[in-house]
Ligand binder design. Structure first.
Ligand SMILES: Cc1cc2nc3c(=O)[nH]c(=O)nc-3n(C[C@H](O)[C@H](O)[C@H](O)COP(=O)(O)O)c2cc1C
Length: 393
């Protein structure tokens, strides 16, 4: 199965290491960054959501209208709109982008941040609401007759949308979270399940939890798995590690300076994170700085486990091999974001993406050849239940 690369669609040039140079919505930078992804081999970019941040939906529409190939992953929090309204926004955006939209449904990991926009539910209640919301959105995307909905969180009558997505039967649903409630909701509803980069062993455990939840929900398939990292690459290992330590120093200085404390969705970092995903990252960092081939955790520790924060450090070859280790676990969407968002997107696209794609194509071809050989040896012809196209174990 071909691998996909997800980058970031920031609306300004700020990061954990650098203060932004202009407004929160810097229109020119937003386009420049997205174009850098499109021009350097990325498949898709994430438009994230924060309570005070520019609204990602119109920003995504702007990028979709200006670029031809880049796909869009739009983060959306159910608490900020009614599902009928959201489903029409998504369908319209799928029209504008000519079928390039995926929606990332966010439950919200912090009560205080959720409360900023009027959300008073607990995290587990929010997951139940997200699940109901996703089911409604999926139905609206595909229903051509008016219908009623009587649920726990939403009730409406006689609704039918007059705008439908280009993608048939519907755009893909992406989902993230690492708590049992997240696995249950995402395992049931997601097409793509997103994890933050953890050591291989822990990632394998999370993948199993997602698969088990999908099976428990009665699915015959399982979500594809996405894993996110912060690559730090340089021409030699030595230079990459120097860069990694420089990056860590810049993160620490910026956080000590004050305003950067607001980075994680505007939530003050002094409080311990409430979301399981961040708690896991902190525990992993406390247990060790380095894991596997290139995973480095001090960047996660320094940000209080703020989302995608574990680094992969090394030459492009080392980082590509590290990513392929995750591919071998069953991860086929690789998400990456540097600290200098624009330059790092260009470098990663130039030096890492081609290496990974080439090796994935080789591995896939070898697997197909091996299976074909096995089948020809064991059976004269494949039975009706055997797929000739399934290439991964
Ligand atoms: C890849 C990925 C992207 C995410 N993007 C956002 C985001 O843009 N805004 C946000 O508030 N939460 C975001 N989240 C947070 C989760 O959707 C989830 O609400 C939170 O981590 C609760 O997690 P828990 O189940 O681990 O406790 C993201 C999570 C992942 C894995």
């Amino acid at each position: 199965m071909p691998v996909e690369f997800l980058g970031i669609a920031a609306t300004n040039d700020g990061s954990e290491t650098t203060a932004r140079s202009g407004a929160a919505f810097d229109k020119e930078y937003t386009l420049r960054l997205a174009r850098a992804h499109e021009d350097h081999g990325w498949d898709r970019v994430l438009f994230a959501y924060g309570s005070g941040s520019p609204d990602p939906a119109p920003a995504a529409a702007y990028i979709a209208a200006r670029l031809d190939r880049l796909q869009i992953l739009l983060a959306h929090r159910p608490n900020v709109s009614y599902p009928t309204f959201a489903a029409k926004t998504f369908a319209t955006l799928d029209q504008i982008s000519e079928g390039r939209l995926t929606v990332h449904f966010i439950t919200g990991g912090n009560d205080h941040e959720q409360g900023r926009e009027g959300d008073t539910l607990t995290k587990d209640e929010r997951y139940a609401r997200t699940r109901e919301y996703i089911r409604i959105v999926k139905k609206i995307w595909t229903a051509h007759e008016p219908f009623d909905h009587e649920g726990e969180h939403y009730r409406f009558h006689d609704f039918v949308s007059d705008v439908f997505p280009v993608q048939q039967p519907r755009p893909k649903v992406s989902f993230g979270g690492s708590s049992p409630a997240a696995y249950a909701a995402g395992g049931a509803e997601a097409d793509i399940y997103c994890l933050w980069g953890e050591p291989l062993e822990k990632t394998a455990q999370q993948i199993e939890a997602v698969k088990a939840a999908a099976e428990a929900a009665g699915r015959i398939d399982a979500p594809r798995i996405q894993v996110a990292f912060r690559p730090i690459i340089a021409p030699t290992e030595e230079l990459a590690w120097e860069k990694a330590h420089r990056t860590l120093g810049a993160i620490r200085r910026r956080r000590q300076a004050g305003p950067a404390r607001h980075h994680r969705n505007g939530v003050l970092e002094a409080t311990a994170p409430q979301n399981t995903g961040s708690q896991r990252l902190i525990a992993i960092a406390e247990a060790g700085d380095r894991y596997d081939r290139a995973l480095w955790t001090p960047t996660a520790a320094a940000t209080g486990g703020a989302g995608n924060s574990n680094a992969l450090v090394g030459t492009p070859e080392t980082v590509a091999r590290a990513l392929l280790d995750y591919y071998d676990l069953g991860v086929d969407v690789l998400s990456a974001r540097g600290y200098d968002l624009l330059d790092d997107a260009v470098d990663f696209g130039r030096y890492v993406i081609p290496l990974v794609r080439e090796e994935v194509a080789k591995r896939d071809a070898e697997r197909v050849a091996e299976r074909d050989a096995e089948r020809q040896g064991a059976y004269p012809a494949p039975g009706p239940h055997q797929s000739l196209t399934a290439v991964r174990g």
